[in-house]
Design a protein around this ligand. Sequence first.
Ligand code: AMP
Length: 299
Amino acid sequence: MQVVDTIAALRSARQGVRGSVGLVPTMGALHAGHIALVEVARQQNETVLATIFVNPKQFGPSEDLAAYPRTLERDLKMLEDAGVDVVFTPTTDLMYPAGYQTYIEVEEVAKGLEGAHRPGHFRGVATVVAKLFNLSQADRAYFGQKDAQQVAVIRQMARDLNFPGEIVVCPTIREADGLALSSRNVYLNPEQRGAAGVLYRALRAAAERYAHGEREPQRLRAIMEQTLKAVPIAQTEYVAVSDPRTMREIETRTDSPLLLSMAVKIGPARLIDNMLLPAHLNTLEHLSHVLGVAEFTDF
Ligand code: AMP
């Protein structure tokens, strides 16, 4: 595995590659969710390029940039064991040198949900991902369903700015109690960790009612809210039922696919989770068609 930390070294590693390249962007502090992306990328490409960069531009001023876990040595070992070919580990100065002044602003799809609660977040995400797309010249890029709106924002950016390639969305990897793996889970103490399974329970409760025919978005939302309320240390920031392509909240009953999503604060951690309905859409086979895109020319 080649570890590169300059633009020149990355470009030369890219030029040395034959066949298709799969890009897996991460902020490090890796877990089995990240490795699952690498595994899908390996199956679909000759070469896998992972990146580790804690992107300051996607953190708000009161967010956890300084506290964000950094475990580079361990991350590199995990990527090597997973069969990654090249890892790009830029510094902040390399990505945003003095005088940096270009940003990407995706509009409608970035407005609600996470966008409403984390002003500037998706501007930072879109900007860094555009840079990584340009630097890597990848044929496919791999993202997790856990950050469903992030994928929708990236898909919109790729479409609007004519980025080539495919965006592949991989299912959320969970702990035994359903908690979505996240680098931020290390912020939880044992009591908080015990409570954190409630996000998935809330999604499952709504999914169960959906499976029995419930289609009223207000009712699905209410079921999630009630489940979350039963755990007092879980502070709900939002609970939403949205259109998975536009990310707009849905107010009237529909048989079209739905995205259930939520952000919940438990102690110092702000946790997010989501689920597509009908439930069979939460699979590698379907996710890219609903949230990602197989071919931009089809759009
Ligand atoms: P992050 O390092 O948190 O920026 O995440 C890097 C990529 O891994 C993003 O595409 C995330 O959506 C994805 N990811 C994070 N957690 C999970 C998970 N539990 N399952 C699947 N993918 C994940």
